[in-house]
Design a protein around this ligand. Sequence first.
Ligand code: RP5
Length: 173
Amino acid sequence: MSQPQVSIIMGSDSDLPTMQGAIAVCQQFAIPYEVAIISAHRTPDRMVEFAKTAHTRGIRVIIAGAGGAAHLPGMVAALSPLPVIGVPVTTRQLNGVDSLYSIVQMPKGIPVATVAIGNADNAGLLAVQMLASSNPELLEKVIAYRQSLADMVNVKQAKLEEIGSAQYLQQML
Ligand code: RP5
């Protein structure tokens, strides 16, 4: 793969199934990416090194997933001039509300763009849109993707009108 533009990092390998959503989006839009396990708590020195140097390696957006105390996105944002998108990972004890609150409550000056709990797909899409804002070809792909979403809903609506809600529901079950 060519020089990565998006760095997808996570606090633990247990976050990987969630973060796969962001990986899939990068693949879908043919964005070069890298994936790494970097823990704010267990590998703090490596986190500092990563965050301080990511922009010098050609990375343009960082997607950081973490669960629980979830300090990784905020600390990386504090150390890097790049935009950071935080993905709150679902936790067993508090269902990821802990992760969400931890990631979203950044102080003024150090933003982290936070997506919904477990929604790494949206983090991937936001990263693509950030890159697309200065890349007309990629912007066309984003527009086409949005059209495909609308087409999908319109097909469903046409079917609903045709067969009615009762039969539609039956087919769904
Ligand atoms: C966080 O702790 C990680 O991001 C992960 O979501 C959570 C649990 O990590 P493991 O105990 O599964 O390694 O740092």
